[in-house]
Design a protein around this ligand. Structure first.
Ligand code: ADP
Ligand code: MG
Length: 342
């Protein structure tokens, strides 16, 4: 847009290990990445007017009116309305969204959009409040009872670092990411449908398991053996995944990519067999990466049911990620969301 008065930027995130653990109060090891959502705009009273390069349609939102968020079209306007309901901005803006982040790919374009929108609406609370606001907006916009993984990764990202998040208390510890390693992300080409993808059902299974055996991040595999069927499998994933995150954090600090890679590949098997959120395409990409020289391990990343896989490799081992899956990236850990006033 010509002469914007402000720009805001929110990165996406990739989760190196620790999926479907956030809403169970467990652990994850993500980083913010150098693909993201930019909103440029000019302030105006009373209305938010937006267009996006990612999807069809324009959004015009009258800030003085109460909206039925779930019925707004185009669908991406629901995020705009949900964030506006949270922020209650004193002025609107006219602007455009530009994104380098694929949508529906498990790299968290929805949370990046929510956080960029909140910054564009001049939210001025704390970083933690920003993350919590975006989480509530996701629920209001599309009915997904998501955990805080995406929002915390995007808000608290730090260049050159991954972060260990403990969702028991939302504490974050940054871990320097070794410079001689690459994070490779490959798109399966399958757009992930989180709301339709039994996410809520998986979450309910974890809650049922926790009612029986206590908080899953503190439980043992022996505890999960007292459960039955699917509940047992879901709990076994969360319990073992939290342990893999703990071990990965130690190994990353010790610059031991072999161990991190093995844990990533074990994580994929657990997500595939116990949590049952993989797809044949994701499995095939993981297998392909694991036989590529210089790759330490690979797994699906994000909620599953399509989206992306992530791999850890020696720097430069994969020179053309597009050649492996049609669409891929070497991503770098970056700083979190930010506002730039012009
Ligand atoms: P993910 O967060 O993994 O990318 P989601 O299904 O949670 O996938 O969110 C994708 C949705 O977020 C899109 O369908 C769209 O509604 C919204 N969205 C994301 N990025 C943009 C963008 N740049 N412009 C408009 N809407 C976007
Ligand atoms: Mg999302």
């Amino acid at each position: 847009m010509t002469n914007p008065r402000f720009t805001v930027y929110a990165p996406g995130r990739v989760n190196l290990i620790g999926d479907h653990t956030d809403y169970a109060g467990g652990l994850a090891l993500p980083c913010a990445i150098d693909l993201g959502v930019t909103i440029a705009g000019i302030h105006q009273p009373g209305r938010v007017e937006l267009q996006t390069d990612a999807l069809e349609g324009n959004v015009v939102l009258d800030l003085g009116t109460k909206h039925d968020v779930a019925s707004i079209e185009p669908r991406w306007g629901r995020y705009v309305a949900a964030v506006a309901q949270e922020v209650r901005p004193s002025q609107g803006f006219i602007g455009s969204i530009e994104s380098t982040l694929p949508t529906g790919a498990g790299l968290s374009s929805s949370a990046a959009l929510e956080i960029a929108l909140a910054l564009a609406m001049e939210f001025n609370g704390s970083q933690m409040e920003l993350a919590l606001l975006a989480q509530r907006s996701e629920l209001a916009a599309v009915g997904v009872p998501c955990g805080l993984l995406d929002q915390l990764s995007i808000v608290f990202g730090r260049a050159g670092h991954a972060m260990v998040i403990d969702f028991a208390d939302n504490s974050i510890e940054h871990v320097a990411f070794p410079e001689d390693l690459d994070v490779v992300v490959l798109h399966s080409g399958q757009e992930r449908q989180l709301a339709d993808s039994h996410y809520a059902e998986r979450r309910a299974s974890c809650e049922l398991a926790a009612d029986r055996i206590g908080p899953l991040p503190k439980a043992t595999i022996a505890d999960t053996n007292t459960l039955d069927g699917d509940t047992r499998r879901r709990a076994r994933h969360v319990v073992s995944e939290c342990e893999r995150v703990r071990q990965s954090a130690v190994a990353l600090r010790e610059n031991d990519p072999t161990t991190v890679g093995q844990l990533m590949t074990q994580s994929h098997a657990s997500l595939r067999d116990d949590f049952q959120v993989s797809t044949p395409v994701l499995d095939e990409l993981v297998d392909r990466l694991n036989i590529t020289p210089g790759v330490y391990g690979a797994r699906l990343t994000g909620a599953g049911f399509g989206g992306c896989v992530v791999a850890l490799s020696d720097r430069g081992a994969i020179s053309d990620p597009n050649a492996l899956s049609g669409r891929g990236w070497i991503v770098h850990p970056t700083d979190g969301a930010r506002r730039k006033t012009i």
